[in-house]
Design a protein around this ligand. Structure first.
Ligand SMILES: [Zn+2]
Ligand SMILES: [Zn+2]
Length: 275
């Protein structure tokens, strides 16, 4: 069994059975259908792509009343029906991720061309549109994953996932009505006057990037946020010498990057109150 496959690999499988057995651990002897579910809402699809001849698309075989057209950039796959003589509901049921192994030429085998999802809002009665969301399948990740309980571990886990796996888990976990959880947040006392003084010193200009505040708030003042150079949670003081006014981008940067040069620059600025 393969561990991973990506579209650049260009691996050809002679038949759809070979794809299911070698990639997805099945043990089929024969398989004739155009696709199958893998459990959950994962689907493997084996379309035969339409051939472009004299600027027109032609089906590889005339057994179905539609053609499958892959865009030149490979990111969109369209299933265009000529008549409505097919089970539309069955196609719409494929609402999860669709691993697509296509026969691009009559003499070729099936190749992985990407993982797609149906763009339901864009579909019409005779036209189904699929958008590519991933170009790799990590087979191990697909079956052996566990969502950690702890939120910090979840954050780390989410960052390591492939796009399609992330899509799968996010879709399953997302909720229309998020639950409210009560928690007490401990906050450090921040003096309003210290804060205001830092903003006055900045005078509408971010003290780090020197760009004007991004917008004027409803109180008519340029919007800047105050930041403690040495964080209060790390024992920093709530004094003007430790407080600067930053645009939201720079403020985030100070919390996520902790760049030593930035800290030095801000410490110099905070020392002086000049008008
Ligand atoms: Zn800034
Ligand atoms: Zn801050």
């Amino acid at each position: 069994m393969l561990n991973k496959i990506c579209i650049e690999d260009n691996i050809q499988f002679k038949t759809s059975v070979e794809v299911l057995n070698e990639c997805f651990g099945k043990n089929y002897k024969g398989f004739q259908k155009a696709g199958c579910y893998l459990g959950g809402d994962m689907f493997v699809w084996f379309p035969k792509l339409a051939l472009k001849m004299d600027g027109q698309y032609k089906a590889q075989s005339k057994t179905k009343p539609w053609i499958n057209v892959l865009s030149d950039d490979g990111k969109t796959l369209e299933m265009i029906a000529e008549t409505d003589d097919f089970d539309r509901e069955r196609i719409l049921k494929r609402s999860g991720i669709i691993f697509t192994f296509a026969k691009c030429e009559p003499k070729e085998g099936y190749r992985y061309i990407g993982t797609f999802i149906m763009a339901v809002e864009e579909c019409t009665d005779l036209r189904f549109i699929y958008r590519r969301i991933d170009t790799v399948i990590d087979f191990e990740e697909l079956y052996n994953y566990q969502v950690p309980e702890n939120e910090e571990d979840q954050e780390r886990h989410a960052k390591q996932l492939s796009k399609s796996q992330l899509y799968r888990i996010a879709k399953e976990r997302g909720s229309e009505k998020p639950k409210m959880s009560e928690r007490t947040v401990a906050t450090w006392g921040r003096d309003k006057y210290v804060k205001e003084l830092a903003k006055t010193r900045a005078d509408g200009i971010c003290e780090l990037c020197k760009e004007p505040a991004p917008f004027v708030a409803s109180d008519g003042k340029p919007f800047l946020e105050t930041h403690h150079i040495k964080w209060l949670s790390r024992g920093g003081s709530d004094t003007i010498e430790n407080c600067v006014a930053l645009c939201p981008n720079c403020h985030r940067k100070m919390h996520y990057c902790e760049n030593v040069e930035d800290i030095k620059t801000l410490m110099k600025i905070a020392k002086y109150i000049t008008v």
